[in-house]
Design a protein around this ligand. Structure first.
Ligand code: SAM
Length: 191
């Protein structure tokens, strides 16, 4: 585990990303409701997924599912530029307010369906999906740069596999299943 990432994990207070009565449970290692039927991710899983992405300060990252902005903060801290898409306007706008207040200026926000990615800024060195499509989204694969990594849960509601996909310098794809997870459903083309 990257040491700077681990330190950041301990410094960033998840309570800053929760505005409801669950705020007092922010320190628990569990997903919590953030409204609109959505959740803020489990802290240890955010740490694990960020570590698996192997970010560096030259990376451009596409994130599908801004949610509360908690995972976005990790990406913005360790990558050059983050492009994040959230389909629920209230969540996306609140996340932007929080991340602006924390001083992050390397994030582009979009409200809308992220299931087909963000063609204007593709390709991306890293892609992270924090809601589960039924199948691997072909549109996102096409937007992954050579030497890039994509991490995403894939499968039906309730139980999915967390996959790490690597596109090597020859453009070949390699896929590894990391663990079983339970994310909310990704709406849109691949739901
Ligand atoms: N990582 C986030 C956090 O730490 O707060 C939690 C993300 S939550 C588990 C998944 C988010 O994906 C929800 O906010 C949901 O609205 C969003 N989402 C689902 N389908 C989407 C889509 N097609 N495009 C953009 N966002 C989507």
């Amino acid at each position: 585990m990257d040491r700077a990432l681990e330190e950041f994990f301990h410094v960033l207070d998840r309570a800053q990303f929760i505005d409801n009565k669950c705020k007092s449970f922010a320190a628990l290692d569990t997903a919590l409701p953030i409204g609109f039927g959505q959740t803020i991710s489990q802290p240890s899983l955010v740490l694990y997924m960020t570590d698996a992405l192997q970010l560096d300060t030259h990376c451009s990252v596409l994130e599908i599912g801004t949610g509360s902005g908690y995972q976005t903060a990790f990406l913005a801290q360790f990558a050059a530029k983050v492009y994040t898409i959230e389909r629920i306007r209230e969540l996306g706008e609140t996340a932007k307010t929080r991340l602006d207040a924390l001083g992050y200026r390397n994030i582009e926000y979009k409200i809308g369906d992220g299931s087909t990615g963000w063609q204007d800024y593709a390709p991306f060195d890293r892609i992270i999906v924090t809601a589960a499509p039924r199948v691997i989204p072909e549109d996102l694969i096409e937007q992954l740069a050579p030497n890039g990594y994509m991490i995403l849960p894939v499968g039906p509601p309730g139980l999915q596999q967390l996959l790490l996909i690597h596109r090597d310098s020859e453009h070949s794809l390699h896929q590894r299943c990391l663990l079983d997870v339970a994310f909310v459903e990704m709406k849109g083309k691949y739901s």
